[in-house]
Design a protein around this ligand. Structure first.
Ligand SMILES: Cc1cc2nc3c(=O)[nH]c(=O)nc-3n(C[C@H](O)[C@H](O)[C@H](O)COP(=O)(O)OP(=O)(O)OC[C@H]3O[C@@H](n4cnc5c(N)ncnc54)[C@H](O)[C@@H]3O)c2cc1C
Length: 477
């Protein structure tokens, strides 16, 4: 018998650890609820609700197979050692994590199990293609740059781990403690797609419908037509491999119109970004707290700004930023393009450290992908992977006119602006709208002044002609 320890892989389908466990004999499905997990869930009540639902759905799926999830509470290492002694199992198989604390914990667990003579197998599962699966021309791994990574990624095949025929769950031993409860985790209101069936249905609907217009949806927050797969992927209720394979299959349809094909390709590119950021953290765990770009590690950013509270509350006076923040506070999710604008505002208009923004969002998001959050925040701040090698400073008003020209998105989340004219486009509308007769706040900063002040500091720091030119271009963009 072997223990399969479930973490962020809360499903039975296309499951690398289960497939590996099955080769050792009968499998006992285990979930250890340690203090760190409870603490993390209590930080974001919607995330907690998603997790609780996903765990109970996993238990139900195991019961349908005549088994059940064995839940234990306590320190992971100690609890697993105790369970191994109790059940006589040969060892533990589990899915690797890619955030720095998760990787450290995986390594410590592996060492302690092996030292005690047990099988300890930590397998790649969260990425469609494991970090070591994408090699550079010189045979080494670990791209810091997305474009060449993506060229390799799209040519690399994706493995499949369908439930092995010989997989046998055991019920013979291992009394379970109760499943994690909403009270224990501090769950908030329920959020959708927390079961494999729901997440898979969402994926199928998306690929047959909205995915074909994804190119437009990425830049149209009012449509709300991106996949919303981030949370299911982060908890592994649907496998990333399944999503990528299904997307690649959809691309094989010879009857796609060229715009539909472009959209599906862009969607595949988005999925590749997730693998990329997981791999980046895997090869550079220090980026949890330090910029990937070594030269930017000494660049000082503030931890406080008088308008930080307004940014968190969606009251900066910049409608797109505020709509995004309010959407996040009210739903646990924000449209991808709006995320970039709201994050840019924190880093450049307020001059705050990217970690301040990342940590603020961590308490609000449903998705649970710290490595992906870090990679994206560093990318926006211009200190991480070289998707762009300089700060990408968004003009929040111009972006609003570009991606929400009729103000539908902004008005949905900011009721104060329901009846206020917002202007149609950047060229004809005043760049600083006046919200007369509304309780909506005036802008907390002057964007152009704040952005230029940031660039001045940035240029002084980098003191490089190349970066200076790039930085100026960034402000104009
Ligand atoms: C500042 C900032 C912070 C972010 N923080 C997170 C985070 O904490 N967790 C997270 O999963 N995503 C994060 N993203 C990436 C992206 O915005 C979300 O994955 C996306 O908004 C989720 O919505 P969706 O599922 O509808 O995405 P879609 O656009 O439908 O994309 C499909 C899937 O591709 C992946 N994906 C898309 N864009 C990215 C990207 N830029 N990086 C990595 N994966 C991507 C996600 O798994 C997503 O679910 C962040 C982006 C920014 C700019």
């Amino acid at each position: 018998m072997i223990l399969c320890r479930f973490t962020s892989d809360l499903r039975l389908e296309d499951h690398a650890a289960l497939a590996a466990a099955a080769e050792h004999g009968a499998v006992l499905a285990v979930l250890v609820l340690d203090a760190q997990t409870v603490q993390r869930m209590r930080r974001s009540p919607r995330r907690a609700a998603f997790y609780a639902r996903a765990v109970s759905s996993l238990d139900a799926a195991l019961r349908e197979r005549g088994s059940a999830l064995v839940v234990r509470r306590g320190d992971v290492e100690r609890t697993l050692h105790a369970l191994l002694r109790e059940t006589g199992a040969r060892g533990v198989v589990w899915s690797a994590r890619y955030d720095a604390p998760g990787m450290r914990a995986d390594e410590a667990l592996r060492t302690s199990l092996e030292e005690a003579g047990y099988v300890a197998q930590c397998v790649h599962d969260a990425a469609a293609i494991p970090p070591e699966g994408i090699e550079r021309d010189d045979g080494t791994t670990g791209y810091r740059s997305f474009a060449p990574y993506f060229d390799r990624w799209r040519e690399t095949s994706v493995a499949s781990y369908d439930v092995p025929i010989f997989l046998r769950f055991t019920t013979a031993s291992g009394a379970s403690e109760p499943l994690p409860s909403d009270d224990e985790l501090g769950s908030g209101e329920a959020v959708p797609d927390a079961t494999p069936a729901d997440a898979f249905a969402r994926l199928s609907r998306f690929l047959q419908g909205d995915a074909r217009a994804y190119a437009a949806a990425r830049n149209a927050p009012a449509q709300d037509a991106t996949s919303h797969l981030a949370a299911p992927l982060s908890f592994g209720v649907v496998s990333m491999r399944t999503v990528v394979r299904a997307t690649r299959e959809a691309l094989e349809n010879p009857f796609l119109l060229s715009e539909e094909r472009r959209s599906l390709r862009l969607f595949a590119r988005s999925l590749a970004l997730r693998d990329f950021f997981l791999a980046l953290s895997y090869f550079h765990p220090e980026t949890e707290e330090l910029p990937l770009q070594e030269r930017m590690r000494a660049f000082a950013s503030a931890a406080e700004h008088p308008a930080l509270r307004a940014w968190r509350a969606g009251e900066t006076g910049f409608p797109l930023v505020d709509a995004g923040m309010r959407q996040l506070v009210q739903t646990g999710w924000m449209h991808p393009h709006v995320r970039a604008v709201a994050a840019s505002f924190l880093c450049f208009d307020l001059g705050l450290d990217w970690r301040v923004g990342r940590d603020a969002w961590d308490a609000l998001l449903v998705e649970d992908d710290p490595a992906v959050a870090t990679g994206n925040w560093q990318w926006i701040a211009g200190v991480g992977a070289d998707l762009v090698q300089h700060p990408r400073i968004y003009n929040p008003l111009r972006q609003q006119h570009r991606i929400d020209p009729d103000g539908r998105y902004v008005r949905r989340w900011i009721p104060e602006l329901q009846h206020v004219p917002l202007g149609r486009d950047g060229s004809s509308a005043p760049m600083l709208p006046l919200y007369e007769g509304s309780t909506y706040p005036a802008p907390v900063v002057d964007h152009a002044t704040a952005a230029r002040a940031f660039l001045q500091r940035y240029h002084a720091f980098t003191a490089s002609e190349h970066v200076t030119e790039e930085g100026s271009a960034a402000l104009r963009g």
